[in-house]
Design a protein around this ligand. Sequence first.
Ligand SMILES: Cc1ncc(COP(=O)(O)O)c(C=O)c1O
Length: 345
Amino acid sequence: MVPSFPSECPFQIGFTPLTRFFVQMNGMTHELAVKEERFNEFGSIKDRVAWYVWSHSMNSADPKRAIIDASSGNYGYALARIGERLGIPVTIVSSPSISHFNADGIRSAGARLVIAEAQEGESSNGARMRVAGEIAEAEDSLFLDQYRSPLNPAAHQNWTAPELLSGGGIDACFVAASSGGTARGFADYISNSGSDTELVLVEPFGSCAFVEADKGMAGGLCIPGYGSGRSSTFSDMTTKPEVLRVCEADVLAAYTAFRESDFPALGLSSLGVVVGALEWLSHADTPKRVACVCADGDERYSDEFEERYLPKVDSDVYSKALERLTALLPLIQPVHEETLSAVAR
Ligand SMILES: Cc1ncc(COP(=O)(O)O)c(C=O)c1O
């Protein structure tokens, strides 16, 4: 079933390419498909959520009322661009960790960017939500509240997930745990549609979005939109999802290794998801077809890779991962067909 929602979207969001690779492992040939959300009009998977939440919230609101929301960056950038196109003022509350790319993009779209500092014992995600709520109340703007709104997972349940999975034939689907919108939307789609695809969440050891952080590892997260220091508002699911841990050093090593190859130029959380899928395939005992939901592209990280991200991870762990992933690269070969869409336009 092709979702009806995207046909109402006035921007080039959705129907992103699915780029396929063969992966040779343990004498088997697996297929790994990469859902390239970087090709959405504003460059990330959060374009879908921004438009979905915005359009569903505006129906019942004054159409000229200013919009405010909290974001780690990508969602805020998409909201700012939508506000620019529709002529509506937007305020984004983010954290000091926001990338230069997104901070500059939000401002150049004419939106206001507020940086929320976390208080003692507060996660950066919690600080953004708190400050956005306070400003919304003081200024009487419309707080979309993506981290609590059911419209956030609904965007994926009704749009991203059916676009990727409705054709069937995918054994496992990998997404970043992050703040939980994508994860919950995919989980709800899978359980409500009777899909037999297994959902696997990928996150670093210190993240606690859906299950507790590994012992003694809580916090210390540096990659935006990958793990979370706050239990997800959307984590209340009947079945606990499978969680696969991939440390941030491995993700940065993947960035360096894959940069030299023909692999798509993916962002950091996306590479975490791909490394998780490769790890999962290394334990498979029959050939599998897997899909990775890849949130954004490398342009959001490349200018800050050396000075912002690399110094935050253990250099020995990084070097060993780089060696391992470089050796893996020749085993990943493109499927020689033109890039396919999951569903026909
Ligand atoms: C880089 C990146 N990856 C993944 C995600 C997905 O996060 P979520 O599923 O919590 O919306 C985001 C969201 O901001 C992101 O910025």
